[in-house]
Design a protein around this ligand. Structure first.
Ligand code: AGP
Length: 643
């Protein structure tokens, strides 16, 4: 959450920072700001709302400085006001910082800093950082001037920064001050810092929140993720926890904290994945619709090169056939939509491989002391690969001795780097905050994993795997067919748009699809929605039903179809307005549901891949009719990097 960018080079920084922030806007859009070196001072501009608002304020200023930092905020501490927007400035305005993360001990630090005379301008946790740096810098500068006693020809003391710049490869005083300040912080941070007295420099620091630095043709760039670097640099260094980087217009150095010293270390460069470039909406009115339509391609790409007609392979897993065979229990940890993909996978892993599989929300898993043995495989599912709860759960699982396998969409993301093996979902960049195509990529990847485990355990034979794999491939064409005819979805949306609440029901695979359908509706249309396994409705939620109350039922062909039909009737009897997602050729459903959305016949095990599509479209359609912002729903951010 929150996106940060920085640039120092030969071009005006402000337009580059605004462009970078636009690309990172999905990380938070409560407020935004930039700070740019203008002459000998720092000029900061902050605005509430989206980057477009900030751009309107910045453009007329014609800022020309070639060094600057920027921030787009998802508010945690302090309301989304201008005062709480980043950058935050030191008391005298000579230092500016942008921060992504949470400073847990900010209350205590603030009290101490205020006692020392610092004046705070915001309610944020982040502001303590700039005041700490201010103090640390003053102290270091004083010590250095005492030691060096540098004087110029006229006998005047020379600022220490000049001396620091003379010794290439050494950290500047600002970098040392940032290192010292970080030593007082508890929490997580990705930081960019600039100071009037270190012109043309940006110092960055990282702990737990992501930060990448790369050199381009006309300067050096830093950003929270690859998206903002794409097109500017070809390779980037993903800063590791505890590292500090110092950038000037031509190069950057990376330092590790070594006691009180900063020691230069080699920058570990990664080639950027061109597919993660800033995405283009093309002919679509919003990214959500574009990404829904990309799902057939995601299915095909995710399956490419996985099955040679005889054996299924996932080389990235990093586990041998023997190691796979030893797995006796699987935990899948994830959040939000990724969690719903995991619910689908539980049915497949238990059904096909006959391995007990537990699915847990990452934020609960880590505080629960789960039973992990050497034969446990922990699978972490995360589109962004940087969800703080999922990462914390991965670290916890590894400490407990588990092998951790990541399923993510982002190359080089923390989930990818901290797992023993990884499958990339090949969904390419997902921009809309509401996940759609990444859900599909996750289900397809998890289906492959379930098949692989079943293959290793000898639970499915070659012929069965071949058949299932070919049916999996067929879902791409079936998804295309669903996307060609959306009239029934539009009619259902019109009928539901004025509701205040809706219930989603399904059984087995359909229950997981119902969960995801309800989440989509909540996220994009702000309509309250609850999902229940259809059989649970009579144990309480049915009390909610009154005439006209929308019940969205996943009633595709499955072993529990008859039961779902009965549950639909129970709802209908009480006046519910029933929308059913059902299988083509189903002649009975029309007698019970008010609106029917038919989808092609798919084996129950694979049905979530296709059944979710009408529900994604339904949520978007209702949101459109209610005038909501489709790609950037209120209060949300795409990457949830706080716990
Ligand atoms: C889904 O539409 C949401 N944006 C959200 O629930 C998301 O799935 C969740 O925050 C997990 O994100 P991740 O997959 O990047 O870890």
């Amino acid at each position: 959450m929150c996106g940060i960018v920085g640039y120092t080079g030969s071009r005006p920084a402000a337009p580059l920072l605004i462009e970078g922030l636009k690309r990172l806007e999905y990380r938070g859009y409560d407020s935004a700001g930039i700070a740019v070196e203008e002459g000998a001072s720092i000029k900061a501009v902050c605005r509430t709302g989206k980057i477009a608002q900030l751009e309107q304020s910045v453009t007329p200023l014609h800022l020309t400085g070639a060094c600057g930092i920027g921030h787009t905020r998802w508010a945690t501490h302090g309301e989304p006001t201008e005062a709480n927007a980043h950058p935050h400035l030191a008391c005298d305005g000579s230092i500016a910082i942008v921060h992504n993360g949470i400073i847990e001990n900010h209350g205590e630090l603030r009290r101490i800093l205020e006692e020392r005379g610092h004046a705070f301008a915001s309610e944020t946790d982040s502001e303590v950082i700039v005041h700490l740096i201010e103090d640390a810098y003053s102290m270091l500068a004083f010590e250095a001037s005492e030691e060096d006693d540098l004087t110029d020809a006229a006998g005047m003391r020379v600022p220490h920064t000049v001396a620091a710049e003379m010794s290439a490869g050494e950290p500047s005083l600002l970098a040392q001050a940032v290192g010292m300040a970080c030593g007082f912080l508890i929490g997580s941070w990705a930081l960019c810092v600039m100071a009037e007295f270190e012109p043309g420099k940006i110092v960055c620091a990282r702990k737990e929140s992501p930060l990448l630095v790369g050199c381009g043709a006309d300067g050096v760039h830093v950003a929270s993720d690859v998206t903002a670097l794409a097109g500017h640099v070809e390779q980037a260094c993903v800063l590791a926890d505890g590292q500090i980087a110092e950038l000037d217009a031509h190069a950057f150095n990376v330092f590790a904290q070594d006691g009180e010293m900063l020691t230069k270390v080699d920058a570990d460069l990664m080639v950027l994945d061109a597919r993660m470039d800033a995405a283009d909406r093309g002919q679509y009115p919003d990214f959500m619709l574009k990404e829904i339509h990309e799902q057939p391609r995601v299915i095909r790409d995710t399956l490419e090169d996985r099955f040679d007609g005889t054996r299924l392979t996932i080389d990235e897993l990093g586990l041998t056939h023997e190691e796979l065979n030893l797995i006796e229990r699987v935990y899948i940890i994830a959040c939000g939509t990724s969690y719903h993909a995991a619910l689908v996978a539980k049915n497949l892993i238990e059904g096909w491989a006959r391995i007990p599989c537990e699915v847990e929300v990452a934020s609960e898993f880590r505080y629960r002391n789960p039973i992990i043995t050497p034969s446990t495989l922990v699978v972490a599912v995360s589109q962004s690969g940087e969800t703080a709860d999922t990462l914390a759960a991965i670290r916890d699982a590894r400490i407990k001795g588990a092998k951790v396998f990541g399923i993510t969409n982002v190359q080089g993301s923390p989930v990818a780097r901290e797992s023993d093996g990884v499958i990339y979902t090949r969904a390419n960049k997902e921009v809309a905050v509401a996940s759609t195509k990444s859900f599909t990529g996750q289900i397809v990847s998890l289906t492959l994993l379930a098949l692989l485990l079943a293959q290793s355990k000898g639970r499915l034979n070659q012929g069965q795997i071949r058949l299932l794999f070919s049916e999996l491939v067929d879902t791409a064409a079936q998804a295309e067919a669903i996307l060609r005819d959306v009239q029934s979805v539009k009619e259902a949306a019109l009928a539901c748009k004025d509701a205040r609440s809706a219930m989603f029901i399904g059984r087995g695979m359909g229950a997981a699809v119902a969960e995801e359908g309800a989440l989509k509706l909540k996220e994009v249309s702000y309509l309250h929605a609850e999902a229940y396994p259809a059989g649970e409705m009579k144990h309480g939620p049915i009390a909610l039903i009154e005439p006209g109350f929308p019940v969205i039922a996943v009633a595709t062909e499955s072993p529990t179809y008859e039961k779902v039909l009965s549950n639909i009737q129970e709802a209908k009897t009480r006046g519910a307005f029933v929308v059913a997602v059902a299988t083509e050729g189903d002649e009975r459903i029309g007698q019970h549901a008010d609106r029917v959305i038919l989808i092609p016949k798919v084996r129950d095990a694979l049905s979530p891949i296709t059944a979710i599509i009408p529900l994604q479209l339904l949520a978007r359609e209702i949101a459109l009719l209610r005038g909501c912002n489709i790609d950037q729903p209120r209060n949300l951010a795409k990457s949830v990097t706080v716990e």
